[in-house]
Ligand binder design. Structure first.
Ligand code: ATP
Ligand code: F6P
Ligand code: MG
Length: 551
């Protein structure tokens, strides 16, 4: 945990001054607004939620820091306190325990000699000064979206981190996701009450989809006197967290909003991977092994396993690569067709003829367009606005059976659907460590007064990432990438794509990268003769906030 202290960045005053940036609050700043004062100062909340601010800092050689907000951006002259960790016996021996204020983490680790240094994020970890006294903190934790291994570990470690490292005494859990802020009771969280929870799957707080009402949530935060909000959830949840941060800031309320990215689908961009993903891939092996045993033991046996992955097929991809027993992996990002020359059914027939059995892994979001053509889909959505999928496993089983039936060939197909089993388990050992570090970094950031951030692992280092970076797009398997090629060569399956399709995919992916790349903002940052330019805060419109939150 010790800071390397070997920042590659020249230390300059303009850089270290960053948290002291004074941005006049839109409607005055007071940490204890009464409800009437609050409502009289409310303009149109949606007006503010359609904007977010980027804190960009440019340095030499194309260096760009995409910084996270800080409480002092909108509440000037906040007092600081020495970090209580300095008196903690466990940490007092650690050399350079506090993170150097100049330390940042690079987004793209592969560089060429002519590359620009590119986008960086603030390195996570404990700071010398904190912006809260221990007995001033009232923190809350909420979990939203689908389940994922490791949720309880993150909850546990936030509680322990705050209590043990920072002496915080007041911590509550919001039950049942976002709607729990205004419709449910809270639970008191202490080191004792969370002691064992990391051994259980799910979340002790409960979770839900839908029900994000920014105003009601922030009212509840203020009414309860909460000044640190830890929000654990996926892409939808992080969009909700960004809206909460905007509203908290608009009210000038001293409250940190911190997101901890959670998603079994691994669909959050920028971060190396999401917690629980490894555990899920590991658990998926059990289903794939069973499918293999079943398939091998029967004449013309097919074991078909459906795994989660609504829009991103990472679980299917990694479970396939890990297993080596899989003959065919289908994911949402890679289109396929069933009939005719080069089609899926022809491939299956060929593989069965050759080996006598096969294993197919299909991500739940794969082939949805084909199923929709077949079944006149109803385009249903869940409470959060996510598309409800048709069962690709059942549909594919049916199609394969029909095909073999028509050809009067024997077929023994076993369909295994372990989707919920792989996300309801507790996290494995490596995810437990990962969750612990994420939680601790989240706590350090909050105590240091950062807000509006998600904590994440970027190239193996923990960083504070502004919300917009992780909500502007979804992480998807790139089928023009080397990793997908590795899978194709391991399963020896066709790509089902023509050369033209691949060219189009490449163009599509390149366009996506350039739309979200830092190059787009370089032109609007300023430079000085110093190593770093002064900070520039930009208000930009972002489509995420242009629509009212989905209910
Ligand atoms: N654009 C948005 N703005 C505000 N809140 C949102 C938005 N999208 C989703 N939410 C809220 O976030 C919560 C979780 O969203 P969702 O159900 O999409 O799961 P998620 O966080 O993406 O997790 P996962 O997809 O991994 O299960 C819900 O309560 C939902 O109302
Ligand atoms: O049935 P639920 O809880 O809506 O969750 C299903 C979805 O949640 C996820 O696990 C995460 O988004 C998806 O892979 C899946 O489609
Ligand atoms: Mg999601």
């Amino acid at each position: 945990m010790a800071s390397s202290g070997s920042s590659t960045i020249p230390s300059t005053n303009s850089y270290t001054r960053l948290p002291d940036l004074k941005i006049p609050p839109r409607s005055g700043s007071s940490a204890d607004l009464t409800r009437s004062a609050r409502s009289s100062r409310l303009g149109s909340p949606m007006e503010d939620m359609t904007k977010y601010e980027k804190k960009l800092l440019q340095g030499d050689g194309g260096y760009l820091l995409e910084d996270v907000p800080h409480l002092t951006d909108y509440i000037p002259d906040l007092p600081t306190h020495p970090n209580p960790l300095q008196d903690n016996t466990a940490y007092s021996v650690v050399k350079q325990y506090f993170v150097n204020t100049d330390d940042t983490v690079v987004q793209k680790v592969i560089q060429h000699k002519s590359s620009s240094r590119g986008t960086h994020f603030r390195r996570a970890g404990p700071r010398q000064k904190v912006y809260f006294e221990s007995d001033e903190v009232k923190a809350c934790i909420v979990t939203c979206g689908g389940l994922c291994p490791g949720l309880n570990t993150v909850i546990r470690e936030i509680v322990c981190g705050l209590e043990v490292m920072y002496g915080v005494k007041e911590l509550i859990g919001i039950q049942g996701g976002y709607m729990g802020f205004y419709s449910k009771n809270t639970v008191t969280l202490t080191r004792k009450t969370v002691d064992d929870i990391h051994k259980k799957g799910g979340t002790i707080l409960g979770t839900s989809r839908g029900g994000h009402d920014t105003i009601k949530i922030v009212d509840s935060i203020q009414d309860r006197g909460i000044n640190m909000v830890f929000i654990i959830g996926g892409d939808g949840t992080q969009k909700g967290a960004a809206a909460i941060y905007q509203e908290v800031k608009r009210r000038g309320y001293k409250c940190v909003v911190c997101g901890i990215p959670k998603t079994i689908d691994n669909d959050i961009p920028v971060i190396d991977k999401s917690f629980g993903f490894d555990s899920a891939v590991e658990e998926a092996q059990r289903a794939i092994n069973a499918a293999h045993v079943e398939a091998e033991s029967a004449e013309n046996g097919i074991g078909l396993v459906k795994l989660m992955g609504r829009y991103s097929g990472f679980i299917a991809q990694y479970a396939t690569l890990a297993s080596r027993d899989v003959d065919l992996c289908l994911i949402p990002e890679s289109p396929f067709y069933l009939d005719g020359h080069g089609g899926l059914l022809e491939f299956i027939e060929k593989r069965i003829k050759e080996y006598g059995h096969m294993v197919i892994v299909v991500a739940e979001g794969a082939g949805q367009d084909l199923i929709a053509q077949d079944m006149r889909s109803m385009d249903n959505k869940d409470a959060s606005g996510n598309k409800l999928l048709l069962d690709v496993g059942l549909w594919l089983s049916q199609k394969i059976k029909e095909h073999f039936g028509k050809k009067k060939k024997t077929l023994n197909l076993k369909y295994i659907d372990p989707t919920y089993m792989i996300r309801a388990i507790p996290s494995n050992a490596s995810d437990n460590v990962y969750c612990t570090l994420l939680a601790q970094c989240a706590v350090h950031g909050a105590m240091a007064g950062f807000t509006g951030y998600t904590v994440g692992l970027v190239n193996g280092r923990h960083a504070y990432i502004p919300f917009y970076k992780i909500t502007e797009c979804q992480n998807k398997v790139s089928i023009t990438d080397r990793m997908w090629a590795r899978l194709l060569s391991s399963t020896n399956q066709p790509s089902f794509l023509s050369k033209k399709d691949i060219e189009e995919k490449k163009e599509e992916e390149e366009l996506q990268v350039s739309a979200t790349s830092a190059d787009n903002v370089n032109s609007i940052t300023t430079r000085t003769g110093l190593g770093f330019s002064p900070i520039l805060t930009l208000s930009l419109y972002h489509p995420t906030f242009m629509k009212p939150p989905r209910k």
